[in-house]
Write a protein that binds this ligand. Structure first.
Ligand SMILES: NC(=O)c1ccc[n+]([C@@H]2O[C@H](COP(=O)([O-])OP(=O)(O)OC[C@H]3O[C@@H](n4cnc5c(N)ncnc54)[C@H](OP(=O)(O)O)[C@@H]3O)[C@@H](O)[C@H]2O)c1
Length: 329
């Protein structure tokens, strides 16, 4: 495993990390979660990603139960959560104080307490604004994030899928007021989705020392090649609540490109999935690639991706680009 500074902070995060979206509660229970966390930790992973909204809080409960079972010293691992959608469904959205997609202060200051309770932790290491909220001033969200940190409930804060300009505004406001500044962004980044990381955010790496914790390195499984002949039973694409992503997963042009990547992966001595994860990890601005896995076997295989990073020479990267770049957004 490699370790990289999270942006310009002193915190060292493993280049590959493990997240819980969709898998926890739907595919992975607390027992399997503990086994997979332990396997990842043994392979050098020190960061485990979560969010309030994942399985409406159940993902945090499962990770909390697994962490209690494992009993690791708190200093040795990094846990995150993220806020935006809210999980309280006790009143209809149209009359809810917090709306359901918000970064208002009331929601954020209460949401952190719920997450800490579910996780069974005194603090999370990383807390994110899970999406931008055009109806709440950036100043309000940035100050609440600062106050969560000042209260000792989180250590670093960042954003997920915010436009570069909004990240810059939040950083400047924090700088002016002496607040904790946003340190990291959590964007989607894989062979078919790369422009935000490679173009839009490019000035921010030097300007404010932005770190990246990137998500969906396999494009939800598309880059493993498993959707080339349709949607396999038991896969993410077959889940009822994932119907919205079936069009992307079965896209003919992208699946044809994945087939053309297979010999390149084989030449490098790896699988398609390992090639895709390694491709994301080879970007020096990426602090950590958050992987996802619904089984121990997938996890073990994906953690083998680091071996391929150094084999991604400029010549190999050019061959990969020739197959995928025109299909990427
Ligand atoms: N900030 C955000 O908005 C955001 C959004 C999405 C994700 N995330 C974070 O990023 C993490 C990773 O995202 P992701 O789960 O979408 O990552 P991904 O790597 O794109 O997809 C992971 C899924 O692909 C399948 N898979 C993984 N390895 C495989 C292998 N070797 N062979 C075959 N299939 C394999 C599994 O699904 P099946 O077995 O079910 O097919 C697995 O759950 C999440 O857990 C979450 O922490 C953040």
């Amino acid at each position: 495993m490699q370790y990289r500074h999270l942006g310009k902070s002193g915190l060292r995060v493993s280049a590959l990390s493990l997240g819980s979206w969709i898998t926890y509660h739907n595919q992975v229970d607390a027992k399997l979660a503990a086994e997979m966390l332990a396997a990842a930790f043994d392979a050098g992973v020190n960061f485990f990603d979560n969010a309030e909204a994942y399985a409406l809080g159940k993902s945090e409960e499962i990770m909390g139960a697994a962490l209690r079972q494992l009993g690791w010293p708190r200093l040795n691992y990094i846990v995150s959560t993220k806020f935006f959608w809210g999980i309280d469904r006790s009143v209809p959205a149209e009359r809810a104080v917090n709306r359901r997609d918000t970064l208002n202060r009331k929601y954020l200051m209460q949401a952190i307490d719920g997450s800490l309770k579910r996780l069974g932790l005194e603090h999370v290491d990383l807390v994110y604004c899970h999406r931008p909220d055009p109806t709440t001033p950036v100043e309000e969200a940035a100050r609440a994030m600062n106050d969560i940190i000042v209260a000792g409930k989180a250590l670093y804060w960042g954003t997920s899928e915010w436009p570069a300009e909004a990240i810059r505004t939040a950083w400047q406001l924090a700088d002016r007021h002496g607040w904790h500044k946003p340190l990291m962004e959590q964007p989607q980044y894989h062979l078919f989705h790369r422009k935000r990381v490679e173009v839009e955010y490019a000035p921010l790496y030097g300007e404010i020392g932005l770190g990246l914790t990137t998500w969906s390195p396999l494009a939800s499984g598309l880059l493993t090649g498993k959707y080339r002949a349709g949607i396999p039973a038991g896969s993410r694409g077959a889940m009822d609540n994932m119907a919205f992503m079936r069009g992307n997963l079965t896209d003919a042009a992208r699946n044809a490109a994945v087939a053309r990547l297979e010999p390149i992966a084989a030449e490098l001595g790896g699988t398609l999935a390992q090639l895709a994860v390694a491709w994301a990890a080879r970007n020096e601005h990426v602090s950590t690639v958050i992987t996802g896995a619904s089984s121990r076997e997938q996890l073990a295989s994906n953690l083998g991706a680091m071996a391929l990073v150094e084999r991604l020479t400029p010549e190999v990267l050019a061959r990969i680009d020739a197959v995928t770049a025109a299909l990427a957004d």
